[in-house]
Design a protein around this ligand. Structure first.
Ligand code: AGP
Length: 609
């Protein structure tokens, strides 16, 4: 989605804006621009394409000022073009604005402004904000922003500057993320933390409709009614390095290799070797609360949804509570049967996915208790849910989610164990067995990360295919969906995941020597069935690479290639089996010369419907 950076302070704004926009590239964009106040005049440079195009414009004409706003645009209204890129400005050029989100009533506002004589340059929804600010400006920028916001419906994160008041930068958000960075003699706004991490670790997380006034010496936050707002300062512990590639060729492979640490960190202080307690600080669900819960819904999108599918299995198996899993964009429109006896778990790495947040808000309206499983501290999901279980994966920059997924799985296990212990479904001996196996996972993942030759061989031999099948049963079926998504989104190969038992009901008609099959066979109680399914596709000419646990040599005998994974208990195998699938997708995509970290058409966080 769009990225916003704003700066006011003792240093030149332009280099800081450009550096911040670069750190936000992962959000996906198709144009970029900056506005800087130079000698009390707003100067704007903006253009279609990557940041390097903007850099070329800035080399021709530098913008030496100390206050500015920058933007990377992921088009929603109006095609990618120089004119449609941000910042947008009023006719006299005295005001400039950058925006992330969608103004849902922009057509109505545009027609009204045109009836007043305003002329529009672009096809965007955002430009209405620039002219609305102009209309409402009467010598007080803060007032103009407040009045304009009252007219706007939809989602927004805004940064606004005025050459008439060059000593302030005004910002506000609703439904789109925006943070404030607190410096010494300088202050910042940004869509996400990595954009300003080289300059400050102290940030404010903004709530919806909080008005922020930045000067070089301070930050003031008010409600739209003008009441002062006290904010907690978050100290960011990530180092700048951890938001960079750390010596890896791509963020994705770096994040794949960060999984042992991310998994360990997510378990840390929650499940411990020498304790039978499960400690989840931000969850206040009591045994009494759980008694009143007769159904759990897990709602998410994409990879997070796949983690939810595993969550269903483990919560039902361990806590014996019925669980439904749904895609957020479906859940929110199907008038789901939820009420105060329903527990909604939303899973979202970014905590800003529009459909997932809408599902959360729908559930709150129906008096459901909501737990958010998210990777971003202070994200909208974390602040709007009743309880939060943070995945401690650290910043996930690559569009294709990897460490967020495995830490979401860990979160599902932790919640399932927590519920099972709370409602008495699990004796302490069973808990200790699962806990000890979980604590072994980081080392087992490490072992898998070292075992990549077979995967590279498969990638070398198969990267030219345009179709692949992923098959599995039970939990392996859920992980197959995630494996197929990884391959699709970074290598652009059409990969389909199918319940292995379903192949004979149609899809096997597609199988031949041109369609490699990736078979997951980790569920020992289903092994014989899986071996039969592998034989079915081999008989029809498919080349099969299978993933199974050490010792299951019968699977290897019927497959062209086999990856043996360290043994663990059945319900924990998804944390292991997804690792080679992530690596496989990565190697295939690299072979195909794809943009692994920023795949075409995709954004890291889908903050619009
Ligand atoms: C996964 O690799 C994709 N990037 C995408 O499916 C992602 O999982 C989905 O958009 C949900 O994002 P969230 O976890 O931030 O809500």
């Amino acid at each position: 989605m769009c990225g916003i950076v704003g700066y006011i302070g003792k240093n030149e704004a332009t280099p800081i804006l450009m550096e911040g926009l670069e750190k936000l590239e992962y959000r996906g964009y198709d144009s970029a621009g900056v506005a800087v106040i130079v000698d009390d005049k707003i100067k704007i440079k903006k253009c279609k394409g990557r940041l390097k195009n903007l850099e070329k414009k800035l080399e021709k004409e530098k913008l030496p000022g100390n206050i500015g706003i920058g933007h990377t645009r992921w088009a929603t209204h109006g095609e990618p073009s120089d004119t449609n890129s941000h910042p947008h400005f009023n006719k006299s050029g005295t005001l400039a604005v950058v925006h992330n989100g969608i103004i849902e009533n922009y057509i109505y506002i545009k027609e009204w402004l045109e009836s007043l004589g305003y002329e529009f340059q672009s096809d965007t929804d955002t430009e209405v904000i620039a002219h609305l600010l102009d209309y409402n400006y009467d010598g007080d920028l803060i007032e103009a922003v407040s009045k304009s916001i009252d007219k706007i419906e939809g989602s927004y994160a805004l940064g606004v500057i005025s050459e008439i008041e060059p000593d302030k930068l005004v910002a506000i958000r609703k439904d789109s993320p925006l943070i404030v960075g607190l410096g010494e003699g300088e202050n910042f706004i940004a869509s996400d933390i990595p954009a300003i991490l080289n300059h400050t670790r102290k940030i404010y997380m903004l709530e919806d409709r909080e008005l922020v006034i930045l000067s070089k010496d301070g930050v003031e936050i008010k409600t739209l009614e003008g009441m002062p707002v006290e904010k907690e300062v978050y100290n960011i512990t990530w180092d700048a390095e951890s938001a960079e590639k750390g010596g890896y060729e791509h963020f994705m492979i770096k994040e794949i290799y960060e999984q042992p640490k991310a998994i360990r960190d997510t378990m840390n202080s929650r499940i411990m070797k020498d304790s039978d307690d499960i400690v989840i600080d931000d969850i206040n669900l009591t045994a009494e609360d759980l008694k009143n819960i007769n159904r759990v819904f897990i709602v998410a999108c994409g990879t997070a949804y796949h983690a939810g599918m595993v969550g269903k299995y483990v919560i039902e198996k361990l806590a014996r509570i019925p669980v439904e899993v749904d895609i957020a964009s479906e859940f929110r429109y199907r008038n789901p049967l939820i009420d105060e006896n329903t527990l909604l778990i939303i899973i979202s790495q970014s905590g800003e996915t529009a459909d997932t947040l809408s599902a959360l808000r729908l559930a709150k309206k129906k008096n459901c208790r909501v737990i958010a499983v998210t990777n971003v501290v202070g994200s909208s999901a974390s602040r709007e849910a009743d309880d939060v279980l943070y995945t401690w994966a650290g910043p996930e920059i690559a569009v294709a989610s990897t460490k967020a997924y495995t830490t979401q799985l860990i979160s599902m296990y932790i919640l399932a164990l927590y519920f099972a212990r709370l409602n008495g479904e699990m004796e302490v001996e069973e808990y200790r067995l699962i806990r000890d196996e979980m604590l072994e996972l980081p080392d087992k993942v490490n072992k898998l990360l070292e075992d990549k030759e077979e995967l590279q061989k498969f990638a070398n031999n198969n990267f030219g295919h345009m179709d692949m099948f992923y098959i599995g049963r039970g939990l392996d079926g859920a992980v197959s969906l995630e494996g197929a998504l990884k391959l699709k989104e970074i290598s652009y190969i059409h990969a389909e995941a199918y319940a292995a038992g379903e192949l004979k009901h149609g899809p096997i008609a597609l199988i031949d020597e041109d369609i490699p099959v990736i078979a997951l066979a980790t569920q020992n109680e289903l092994l014989d069935k899986m071996i039969s399914n592998i034989k079915e596709v081999v008989t029809r000419g498919a080349k099969v690479i299978s993933f199974t646990l050490e010792g299951n040599t019968d699977v290897g005998k019927v497959s062209d290639q086999v990856i043996y994974m360290p043994k663990t208990i059945s319900i924990l195998t998804p944390v292991l089996s997804v690792i080679p699938l992530q690596l496989l997708s990565y190697y295939v995509a690299v072979h195909r010369g794809c943009d692994v970290d920023k795949p075409k058409n995709l954004a890291k966080s889908v903050t619009v419907e």
